[in-house]
Design a binder for this molecule. Structure first.
Ligand SMILES: Nc1ncnc2c1ncn2[C@@H]1O[C@H](COP(=O)(O)OP(=O)(O)OP(=O)(O)O)[C@@H](O)[C@H]1O
Length: 235
């Protein structure tokens, strides 16, 4: 399995405050399932934003698909972003578009001809169990239905990585399990999946998933120790 993402000594500071992420180093292997956990404010969303190229680090190196993502020229960003699907806790659907048109949006933005859009959209609607709700606007869908539209929109372009930030935060436990099942089935088809969650019930549902635990902006190792302890000068 190839390394699809590498973070090396990443630091992130917003404005002039303290660092939000400090010395974060890890490697993601293609085709694996990862959970990012940690208390509120630990830096989960910040780490995911770096991963889906919505934020640049203050220091360190990010390698994505084998290339330096921090030094990537601006004109190559959209092409890179298309290789990463993103699902948010609050869905972020376009309110005036139907479920069908929300799902079609990434293909339209990428300039895919209309004749080639209908079939993948139908397949996605069926996959997330919403074939009957194709014409519905987001406001008329339940939270779980909206999130399934958001997942379909995130994966219709067949991204290599799917990143989801607290995707089950606004749905009931049964729906959370159903959504996780969608992520798991995508992962089994080869997509690398990264899910940030507070929800410890979910973690046990994917036994083969790897855990990435953040504590005050630092990654812990599997035993709960800091992976990269702060440097203490010799006294
Ligand atoms: N755009 C920003 N500007 C300034 N500070 C920010 C910004 N985004 C996040 N922070 C700060 O960075 C820290 C980590 O926030 P982040 O949202 O990454 O944590 P989180 O683990 O995802 O938290 P939660 O589980 O509550 O969503 C917090 O102290 C937060 O206030």
């Amino acid at each position: 399995m190839a390394n699809i993402v590498q973070f090396e000594n990443i630091g992130l500071r917003y404005g002039t405050g303290a660092e939000t992420l400090t010395d974060v180093s890890f490697t993601l292997r293609s085709g694996q399932f990862y959970f990012v956990t940690g208390a509120s404010g630990a830096g989960k969303t910040s780490l995911l934003k770096l991963l889906y190229l919505a934020q640049r680090p203050t220091r360190g190196v990010i390698r994505l698909f084998g290339e330096d993502a921090v030094l990537l020229p601006r004109d190559r960003l959209p092409g890179f972003r298309r290789r990463i699907g993103v699902v948010f806790q609050d869905f972020r659907l376009v309110p005036h578009l139907s479920a069908r048109d929300n799902i079609a949006l990434p293909l339209r933005v990428a300039g895919v001809p209309e004749v080639d859009i209908e079939q993948p959209v139908q397949e996605m609607l069926a996959w997330v169990g919403l074939a009957e709700r194709a014409q519905a606007r987001p406001a008329t869908l339940s939270g779980g239905e909206q999130q399934r539209v958001a997942i379909a929109r995130a994966v219709i372009g067949r991204p290599e990585i799917l990143v989801a930030d607290e995707p089950t935060g606004n749905v009931d436990p049964d729906m959370a399990e159903r959504l996780l099942h969608l992520f798991d089935s995508l992962n089994k088809l080869g997509t690398t999946v990264v899910v940030a969650t507070h929800d410890f019930h979910l973690l046990n549902r994917i036994p083969h998933a790897q855990m990435m635990r953040l504590d005050h902006g630092r990654l812990l190792d599997p035993t709960g120790s800091l992976r990269h302890p702060p440097h203490r000068p010799e006294s």
